[in-house]
Each structure stands twice: as C-alpha cells, then as structure tokens.
Design a protein. Structure first.
Length: 418
C-alpha cells in the first residue's frame, strides 16, 4: 500500500475560497481546513505581480511556478505613505531631490510607482520617513526598487544607528550588507525587493531611509557617500516597509498612518478516526520566528485533544542561528530537540502510536523519539499559525498530509527526504 493510499487528508495550494482551504483527500468536504484572516493582505501571484488578498481568503504566494500557503502573524507596517512617499511624512535631506508620482509601472502591474531623483548637486542624497519613527531594538526595513537611470540603492536606519544594506538593481545583488542580514528578491519587469534586518543594540527611535546611489558606489556607509546628481537619473520605488522585529513579511499597504495586518490561521478537525494512531506530514519553507533572540516560543503547528494542546512544534533562535525546535508537550513533562532548518523546503513528519511513542522526522532524519509519552492523549484537531500560545511566526506550506495510520520509519524517512 502506498503512502497516498493511506492518506485520510491531503491538501495542496490548488483549491480555496474565502474561509476555506479545500482538501484533495477526501473530496466530500470532511477534510477541508478553515481559514481566518480578518484584514486584507498581499501576495505575489503566478504572474509575479504583487496583488491584494481579500479578507479571509487564503494567501497563496508564488515564487516561480510554485504556489504555497503563506501563514503570517499579526504585524504592523509603520512606514506611512509607503507608495507615494508623500511629503507630509517623508523628508528629502537638504531638499536636494524630487519625488515624482505615477512614474512607472509598479510591482502590482499598474502605473503607480514613485521615482526618487537626486537634484543637480554634488552631495549625499537620502529620503527618510519621519512617519515611521518607532522605539525598537529589532527592525526590518524594505522597499521594492527598480533602476531609473541610477542602478543602486541603499536601505538605511536613518534616525539613530545608521545601519544599512546596499543593493545593485542592474544585476540583483547585495553590494554591502553593513554587517546586517540582507536579501534581494527578483520580481518581474526589473523590480527587486530589497530588505535588511537589523539588531540595533538599543531601543531608541528608528526610522527608514532610502539612498539612491550612482555606479561608482562600491560599498560603505551610503549617507557618507557624495556624488554628482543630475536631476534626471533616479530610482523607482514602491511599498516601503518598517517592522519592529528582525524579519520581513508580505507587504502591508499604508497611507497616512501605520496599518496592522491580522494573523492568518487555519485548522482542521480529524474526524475520520479516533486519532489514537496517526501521521502528519508537511512541506514547510521560509520559516521565520516573530522575534529573533527575544521570543522563543513561536508555535507553528499545534495538536489538540478536546480543546487542549497536547503536542506542538515551535521556532526559536540560538547563538548558532535559527534552528527549528521540536517540543513535545504534555501536562507532566516535555522533551525538546533542535534541528537546523534549511533555506528552501523542509519536509517534516510526526507520527504517534497511542500513548506509547511519538517520532519526528525532518528532511529524512529522525530527530526525536519519545517512548512512553508522559500523558494519555487522542489528537482530534490540528492548527496552523495557532491562535493559542504565541503564533506569530511566518512560514509557507506547499503540502499537508494526514493519515490515521502510523507510517513505518522507512516510510517516514522516504516521505521527508528532500
């Protein structure tokens, strides 16, 4: 018998509607997952365009041809006027530049991108968002950017520490991460999302700054770099974001004030069995804890019996990096094991046999086995991005499988091998 033949529930990002993720097995609706997000959100669609997602509609985010369910915690973008860079909350340093609205086709496919253009001075140039100013130690700042005569841009903390990362928009590379965590992600039509995550070491006020740069710039503090502007060449920008923790999320659109996006969460009841024996498998990627180094209990998958959590998995952080921590929890005991996560897909399976044993496989390797589990339990519900405990991690899921059989260790190893 194949693993698929043993499945009692299979869900992939192919069918959904407001409030529901449809299961492929079974097809009668008994395995459908509920979904809830009380605000709009954004995603990258199959054409590579940034699009809005309506309230309670599952967020299927694409990279290339692969769509994945995106689960994110509640978050607030403090960067105001993040499309127009309106002068009511954005300032041009020394008034040495211009901000032009509706200057190009933006990442959302419409003609609403903004162009920032240094004036005809030999000086340093920066646009900074006083409206984003917040007291925080951890911050993640980002912008969608495209070359507009100038091919380079820096994203910078511009009120306190001056920490930054700089990017080359002609080839999609990081020029200088400034000792921070930086990424650049290609979209369509020459657009890139440029991101930097910062741990500042203090809780003073911070805000976001953008520094367009000429081709001679090769690294170093962008606000200490002088060059000759010409009043014509600049950089197209769209969708600035300032978050008070150390990883980025999908774009939250703002105007005059900061905007909060609600958590997206999903759950399914296990109704086809008592749940005494079983297996759950999921392909999970882009895992990010809510606060690196400051909030260890970021539960991403939670297993319930009669409304009480009996087993869960969470993300944490250590000096070594970002391990995925597997924690088994019961009323009178727990066992914790760490495993390194990888940048791409992480295939994970959890199997249990009544009160006798729980095993966990990650990427083809058994990372934990609990014999004589310390509490009797019968799993009857599974939640993603749980509303219980601390569920503010960010991650994507491309496959979810549940069986009422405890798969063999050989099956688990094969199922989870990347």
């Amino acid at each position: 018998m194949s693993v698929l033949d043993q499945a009692s529930l299979v869900a992939i990002p192919s069918g959904y509607k407001a409030g529901t993720i449809f299961s492929q097995v079974p097809t009668d609706g008994a395995g459908d997952l509920d979904y809830d997000c009380s605000t709009t959100s954004t995603r990258i669609n199959e054409s590579g365009l940034l699009k809005n997602v309506d309230i309670n509609v599952p967020n299927v985010n694409f990279k290339g041809n692969c769509g994945k369910f995106l689960f994110e915690g509640q978050d607030t973008n403090f960067s105001t006027h993040n499309i127009t860079l309106d002068s009511s909350t954005w300032t041009i340093f020394g008034n040495r530049g211009t901000t032009t609205l509706n200057a190009a086709i933006s990442p959302d496919g419409t003609f609403n991108a903004t162009k920032i253009t240094p004036s005809n001075f030999n000086t340093r140039f920066m646009w900074f968002n006083l409206g984003s100013t917040r007291p925080t130690n951890f911050l993640s700042i980002s912008v969608y950017a495209k070359a507009g005569g100038l091919n380079k841009i820096a994203v910078r903390e511009s009120n306190n520490t001056g920490q930054y990362a700089s990017f080359d928009l002609s080839n999609g590379t990081i020029i200088d991460n400034g000792g921070n965590e930086a990424t650049i992600e290609a979209l369509t039509n020459g657009w890139y999302r440029c991101e930097v995550s910062i741990e500042s070491g203090n809780t003073s006020n911070k805000n976001i700054g953008l520094c367009p740069l000429d081709d001679a710039y090769s690294g170093g503090q962008p606000f200490s770099y002088y060059y000759q502007g010409n009043g014509v060449d600049g950089v197209y920008v769209y969708g600035t974001q300032f978050l008070t923790h150390k990883y980025n999320t999908s774009l939250i659109l703002t105007t005059t004030v900061a905007v909060t996006r609600a958590k997206g969460e999903s759950e399914t009841n296990i109704t086809t069995s008592s749940g005494i024996n079983g297996t759950v498998f999921f392909n999970i990627s882009n895992l990010k804890p809510f606060y690196i180094g400051n909030q260890p209990n970021n539960i991403i998958i939670n297993f319930f019996e009669s409304g009480s959590s009996v087993l869960y998995l969470f993300l944490t952080d250590t000096v070594a990096g970002n391990p995925f921590t597997t924690k088994f929890r019961a009323s009178n005991g727990f066992l914790t094991n760490d495993v390194d996560i990888v940048a791409g897909d992480n295939k994970m399976a959890i199997a249990w046999t009544g009160t006798t044993e729980v095993v966990v496989y990650v990427n083809g390797v058994s990372i934990a086995t609990v014999i004589n589990f310390p509490s009797t339990f019968t799993i009857d519900k599974i939640e993603f991005q749980t509303s219980n405990f601390l569920g503010n991690s960010r991650y994507e899921i491309s496959e979810f499988y549940q069986s009422n059989d405890r798969l063999t260790n050989a099956q688990l190893e094969k199922l989870t091998t990347v």
